[in-house]
Ligand binder design. Structure first.
Ligand code: AMP
Length: 456
């Protein structure tokens, strides 16, 4: 596989019009308010439009959906038909994603980008009734977004036929492999013509991903928009060493310390297991913190409701497993807490990538039991940096209160720090846990699952 060296530099004045998009696509882009392409778009789109296979390293939040959907729409536009006949609308492009949430999010964007064309778009994923999806598939769809399992169900039931697919996109391919989708992927790809264009997006290029690319991509252009295995420099990472049985209390303590400081109430807390996820959300609720859990055992409807509450700010903390949280487009989540370290160091990078996006400041806090030291060493090795260990915060007003405790989180900007920690002229009001007098940072989750926002 080759790494393209002659990708044109990203110029300030580069606009979407420079790429030669047809008018209906340009109109949709303008309507979205996009003025210039993001780095992944600027680098990937010319190659995709030229028909090259692409292996792209980019995470959700970089604009990667448009980076592949827009040029694919452009490529299939000449084949689009206004005929009502399903036969005139075969599946020409297939996007596979690891989770329902990501599928829905990609589809939501694809609908917007395709709205002025005759290209029909649909999304199918598990956890919801098949009949509406079946009707859509049978009516004819050019651009299909799907999770592997549900797509195979539809193929088995002859609702979907992949024999005319010319464009295959594997989104968050690393996660699909982590979730054990390789056999499903292999089955699906075996049903797609070999003469096709394949795009593979992954947050990291692990050995397995490279193997997958070697099997299914032809001489791909490799594009990386960020250093591999790197966290944004705007993320302050802190480790608190906490025995397992004290972690629930520690999460409450950390959150309350943030609330007391007037920091945004919103945070995502990651857990490794579904049961742990539910238990922690309940413990937070008992501790006066409005929290909800999303994990693989929750129905799609439940997940949507919880995300909607989080989005509206009626819930402050989202407790999630990796699988459920994957693909959420959270542009500037202020804080990520790892209730335990993930088993793979790369997952740690994914998790903390939920904060500090697009130059925003973010805090990534991990609670580490001594038995997890080994995982911590792996993470430090992968990130090539030693993470700061600190004792847990103490709450203002209590014995041993330490209002300066969180200084390191903001230590970058001395003005900001002094503003943050200056003694107040009037006695500080200790907000009750769950006190909603501090306005929730709803803006920070405005970009969360646009699909749900649209539907509500
Ligand atoms: P994605 O990485 O595809 O999940 O996109 C993250 C967010 O960026 C989405 O809310 C997109 O609507 C938005 N976005 C994508 N491309 C652009 C662009 N060129 N300019 C501004 N916002 C964009």
């Amino acid at each position: 596989m080759s790494t393209e060296q002659n990708i044109p530099p990203i110029e300030e004045e580069l606009t979407f019009a420079n790429f030669g998009f047809a008018e209906p696509i340009l109109r949709a882009i303008l309507e979205q308010g996009y003025t210039k392409p993001t780095p992944i778009q600027a680098q990937a789109m010319p190659h995709v439009m030229q028909g090259r296979d692409v292996m792209g390293a980019a995470q959700t939040g970089t604009g990667k959906t448009a980076a592949f959907v827009l040029p694919i729409l452009q490529n299939i536009l000449p084949l689009a038909s206004s005929s009502a006949s399903p036969a005139r609308h075969p599946i020409r492009a297939l996007v596979l994603t690891p989770t329902r949430e990501l599928a829905d999010q990609v589809a939501d964007n694809a609908f917007k980008y395709a709205k002025y064309t005759d290209i029909r778009t649909a999304v199918v994923f598990g956890g919801v009734d098949m009949s509406a999806q079946t009707a859509l598939l049978r009516s004819g769809i050019e651009l299909l977004i799907a999770t592997p399992g549900r797509l195979l169900d539809h193929i088995t039931q002859k609702n979907a036929n992949l024999s005319q697919v010319q464009f295959l996109i594997l989104d968050e391919a690393d996660r699909m492999l982590d979730m054990g989708f390789l056999p499903d992927l292999q089955r699906i790809i075996s049903l797609i013509p070999v003469q096709r264009q394949t795009l593979l997006f992954s947050a990291t290029f692990s050995t397995e991903i490279k193997k997958l690319a070697q099997s299914y991509l032809r001489d791909p252009v490799t594009i990386e928009v960020a250093r591999q295995n790197a966290a944004a420099d705007t993320v302050q990472q802190i480790i608190h060493m906490v025995p397992s049985d004290q972690k629930k209390d520690a999460v409450i303590k950390v959150l309350n310390a943030r609330f007391q400081k007037g920091l945004s109430r919103q945070a995502i807390v990651f857990t490794n297991s579904r049961i742990g996820c539910s238990k922690l959300a309940s413990a937070l609720e008992r501790g006066g913190i409005k929290a909800g859990a999303i994990h693989g055992d929750k129905s799609q409807i439940e997940r949507m409701q919880i995300l909607e509450s989080f989005k509206k700010g009626t819930m402050d903390v989202l407790v999630a497993t990796d699988v459920a949280a994957r693909g959420l487009d959270i542009v500037d989540m202020p804080c990520v807490i790892n209730h335990e370290l993930p088993f793979s160091a790369e997952d740690y990078v994914h998790r903390i990538g939920r904060t500090g996006r697009a130059g925003a400041q973010g805090d990534a806090i991990a609670l580490v039991d001594p038995s997890e030291e080994r995982l911590l060493v792996d993470i430090e090795k992968l990130m090539n940096r030693k993470l700061v260990r600190m004792p847990l915060p103490t709450l203002a007003g209590g014995a041993g209160a330490d209002p300066f405790f969180y200084m390191p989180y903001r230590a970058k900007d001395s003005n900001e720090v002094s503003k943050d920690v200056l003694p107040q002229s009037s006695p500080a009001v200790t907000p009750k846990p769950g006190n909603s007098s501090i306005k929730p940072a709803t803006k920070s989750v405005d970009a969360l699952l646009g699909a749900f926002a649209k539907k509500s």
